[in-house]
Design a protein around this ligand. Structure first.
Ligand code: FES
Length: 584
């Protein structure tokens, strides 16, 4: 098979001279151009993304593997998305990063690519970009950080921040304690070490077949992380020669496997958005209801916070994701192809569980149903989500009086007001936290409980918004209400005192007012002032889709524009790049 890079480096003409000569400026010998597959190492390293700050070392290990297998590694940067810092939200930039990944691979002499990711959105962004360009790709995730440890107590990223923040506001710990926890919670490189969005998405990358088996669970600080990286580099060289592409791996079967694995690990609600968007890049429809249907028949197996007891390090020592996948095989498409060139079932044949309290069996699960439930009703005509494993059983069927916050500023201003008319049976409602409304759908959905109720010992309340929630969060929290308030979804017309019914067993979310009143209020609704008039913000507002469609841009789907193109959009774009191989 002719390697793609040979169009750049294998030419005998002036262009070939230029491509090789300028590459030699980096000190490479003539030998590297003699038919070695060029392996791009797509690195989301950044000091602004602490979770990915060790990826240069990981890239070095990948390079070892590439050279040893006869390839030619070339590392390149992409935009990086650091969850703790970016405003208004990393979700606003996931599609931008995906475009960066896609276009950089397409525009350059790359035969296969190793994707280095970690922090939440970096994983789906790279998968989406790789799926769209469809050049052979393998992912190496950065791994979770070591356990947090405070006063000999294990503490988890995110989950314990929310917990101790509530403890501080309730007066049960001191400012000094809180300050000490700040220095104990993030002890090493790597992403958050609970089953938050990062651990979820890296696990799903493995479940999709896009990593070597066992990759996702190895802690970032463990030397075996570098072993996986080296092996992945070597495998990328083989994949380039085999022309094994994402389109052969990221099939409907693989996506359904990922949905089931997400249910079994108690994964983040964010996974629905990212898998839906990824499927859109592949021309595969994943209706919201499918997530609910598959979750209902997938037991919850992984006892890791925020839905369980342990942390990701324990999960790795128990055997990690291969054990979960092996246990789930009766429910999975076991013949789905993976980057190893083998099937899902073949990859996990040797997996063994070393701690049955951390990874349960199908016969003794933590709960009969895992995953994310999808709710519909007059308050969420196209869907809303809730993670039952992180919610309170007593609130699964609840009707309460709405206490409404018009936006996040309103919430911050009034939530701790001693005069706020609220009790523990109320339903807290936040508007304008969605893709267009916030904008960028930030993780505001886990609304803080009012301080006066925390002091009374209240631990959970029903909360509803069109925002997302951190995968590290917990509570009876209804998220991703679609359509969002900012585009005139029914959430926009909820008023203080309205009754709202949450019925998880029957998957319902309803505003208990009559249809005429709903129509009257909707007719009087006026759209909010838009946030951006120029630049990326404008592009985002003009093209972002709603949560039930995965929040991808409307022009990035496989069949963007609404018609099936002759040949795939991917192959047409690739041919365009290949026609114009040089800027000279
Ligand atoms: Fe990066 Fe949590 S902040 S994974």
């Amino acid at each position: 098979m002719k390697l793609r890079s040979q169009d750049w480096f294998g030419r005998k003409d002036k262009l070939g001279f230029i491509h090789r000569a300028w590459m030699k400026a980096e000190g490479f010998s003539h030998d590297v151009f003699q038919g070695r597959p060029v392996i791009g190492i797509c690195n989301s390293w950044s000091e602004l993304t602490n979770c990915n700050a060790h990826l240069r070392q990981v890239a070095d290990a990948v390079k070892r593997g590439v050279w040893a297998a006869g390839g030619f590694p070339l590392e390149f940067p992409t935009i990086s998305l650091g969850e703790p810092f970016m405003r208004p939200s990393t979700m606003m930039f996931r599609n931008l990063m995906a475009m960066d990944v896609e276009e950089t691979i397409r525009a350059n002499p790359i035969d296969a690519v190793v994707l280095l990711c970690g922090c939440d959105k970096t994983t789906p962004a790279q998968l989406m970009g790789a799926a769209s360009v469809d050049v052979p790709a393998i992912m190496v995730t950065g791994g979770p950080m070591l356990k947090g440890m405070w006063q000999n107590r294990e503490i988890g990223s995110g989950s314990d921040v929310w917990h101790f923040w509530d403890e501080l506001r309730a007066g049960r710990i001191s400012d000094e304690d809180f300050c000490e926890i700040e220095s104990c919670i993030s002890r090493s490189a790597g992403h958050c070490m609970v089953m938050g969005t990062a651990s979820t998405m890296t696990s799903l990358a493995e479940a999709l077949g896009m990593t070597l088996s066992g990759c996702a669970s190895v802690p970032a600080a463990d030397s075996r992380r570098m072993v996986v990286a080296e092996q992945s580099g070597a495998r990328a060289v083989e994949m380039a020669r085999e022309d094994l592409r994402p389109s052969q791996i990221l099939t409907r079967q693989a996506l359904e496997n990922a949905i089931r694995v997400n249910a079994a690990i108690g994964g983040s609600t964010n996974a629905i958005l990212h898998l839906t968007a990824l499927a859109g890049r592949l021309g595969i429809e994943l209706p919201m209801k499918l997530f609910d249907d598959l979750a209902r028949s997938t037991p919850f197996l992984v006892n890791v916070r925020p839905s369980g007891k342990y942390l990701m390090e324990d999960f790795y020592y128990a055997g990690g994701l291969p054990v979960v996948i092996k246990e789930l095989l009766p429910l999975l498409h076991r013949d789905a192809l993976t980057v190893t060139g083998k099937t899902v079932a073949e990859n996990v044949a040797g997996a063994r569980c070393h701690n049955p309290d951390v990874i349960r069996t199908l016969d003794a699960p933590l709960a009969a149903e895992g995953g994310t439930v999808v709710l519909f009703g007059n308050l969420a005509p196209t869907g809303a989500v809730l993670k039952p494993t992180a919610a309170s059983p007593k609130l699964m069927q609840h009707t309460g009086r709405a206490v409404v916050f018009e936006d996040h500023d309103d919430l911050k201003e009034r939530i701790d007001d001693p005069n706020l008319d609220v009790d523990e049976n109320c339903v807290l409602v936040l508007k304008h936290g969605g893709p267009k409304g916030a904008p960028g759908m930030p993780e505001w959905g886990n609304l803080p409980l009012p301080a006066k109720l925390l002091k009374k010992g209240v631990e959970d309340m029903v909360r509803i918004s069109d925002a997302r929630m951190s995968g590290t969060s917990y509570g009876t929290v209804v998220l991703h209400v679609s359509p969002e308030a900012a585009v005139g979804g029914p959430l926009a017309i909820v008023q203080n005192g309205d009754l709202i019914e949450l019925d998880v067993p029957n998957r319902k979310l309803n505003l208990l007012i009559g249809p005429e009143e709903i129509q009257r209020r909707l007719a009087a609704w006026e759209p909010p002032v838009r946030h951006y008039d120029r630049g990326y913000g404008r592009l985002f507002l003009e093209h972002i889709q709603q949560a039930d469609q995965g929040c991808d841009f409307d022009f990035l789907g496989h069949y963007a524009g609404g018609e099936e193109l002759k040949g795939s959009a991917r192959s047409r774009a690739r041919r365009a790049a290949d026609r114009l191989p040089s800027p000279f």
